[in-house]
Design a protein around this ligand. Structure first.
Ligand SMILES: *[C@@H]1O[C@H](CO)[C@@H](O)[C@H](O)[C@H]1NC(C)=O
Ligand SMILES: *[C@@H]1O[C@H](CO)[C@@H](O)[C@H](O)[C@H]1NC(C)=O
Ligand SMILES: *[C@@H]1O[C@H](CO)[C@@H](O)[C@H](O)[C@H]1NC(C)=O
Ligand SMILES: *[C@@H]1O[C@H](CO)[C@@H](O)[C@H](O)[C@H]1NC(C)=O
Length: 193
């Protein structure tokens, strides 16, 4: 049991802590998670870290693309940004022990009509002429499900109590995923000590 918990923690923390280093070492990609699934029509979180270097504007000019290597997906590259923010303002400043770095976040809405499959979030640095690619999996678009009854006066079959069951399930799923996040963040912090 303890072993299982340990394995689970390791998997979770490796998922949360994973970062992809750029060849030039002028930035790291912290999101999206490599090989993680994301859903068409939903937000794709993007996050990258920058070193504390006043010369950075001369070393880095970053664009972010959404692309794929699978021809069957019939996909035209999308430019998420052609000039990613690399500013070193106070609000982007982070510290880890004594190490100072900067963190920027973007969020890209994956188009609803994106075919499911393997895609790549590609970071292109025009100065070092090197790329960092993060593979991700896109799952099919799912229309949001409405569970709330629109007309409360409408007669309901005797099985109407199932609506409460649905609500309970939702609450459980939500709190367990929140628990997972808290646990993995805790692991992450422990591992990084
Ligand atoms: C990128 O990651 C490497 C390895 O974890 C670390 O040494 C470096 O400081 C990181 N750089 C930034 C800007 O986060
Ligand atoms: C590929 O996409 C283009 C434009 O979206 C469309 O015209 C074409 O029919 C598609 N080809 C296939 C094989 O689906
Ligand atoms: C994608 O789906 C969402 C939710 O159903 C909807 O609000 C949005 O307008 C759709 N976007 C497009 C481009 O079809
Ligand atoms: C980086 O990606 C861009 C856009 O796909 C491509 O044109 C370029 O050749 C790539 N450069 C390297 C070094 O792979």
């Amino acid at each position: 049991m303890i072993f299982l918990v340990f394995v689970l923690f390791s998997i979770l923390s490796s998922l949360v802590c994973s970062e992809v280093l750029s060849p030039s070492h002028n930035y790291n990609v912290t999101l999206p998670e490599p090989n993680a699934p994301y859903v068409a029509g939903q937000m794709l979180p993007i996050s990258y870290t920058l070193p504390d270097d006043t010369n950075l504007p001369n070393l880095l000019q970053l664009s972010v693309l959404f692309t794929t290597q699978e021809p069957t997906l019939n996909f035209t590259d999308i430019v998420i940004t052609s000039n990613a923010d690399i500013s070193q303002g106070f609000s982007f400043r982070r510290t880890h022990n004594t190490y100072v770095y900067y963190e920027h976040q973007l969020s890209y809405a994956i188009p609803n009509n994106t075919l499911p499959g393997n895609y790549i979030v590609l970071f292109v640095d025009a100065v070092s002429k090197s790329n960092t690619s993060v593979p991700i999996l896109v799952r099919p678009y799912a229309a949001p499900v409405t569970t709330i009854p629109t007309n409360p006066n409408k007669a309901r079959p005797s099985g109407g109590g199932s609506i409460f069951a649905t609500h309970n399930n939702e609450a459980n799923t939500k709190s367990s995923s929140q628990y997972m996040i808290i646990v993995s963040v805790a692991c992450c912090l422990l591992l990084s000590l």
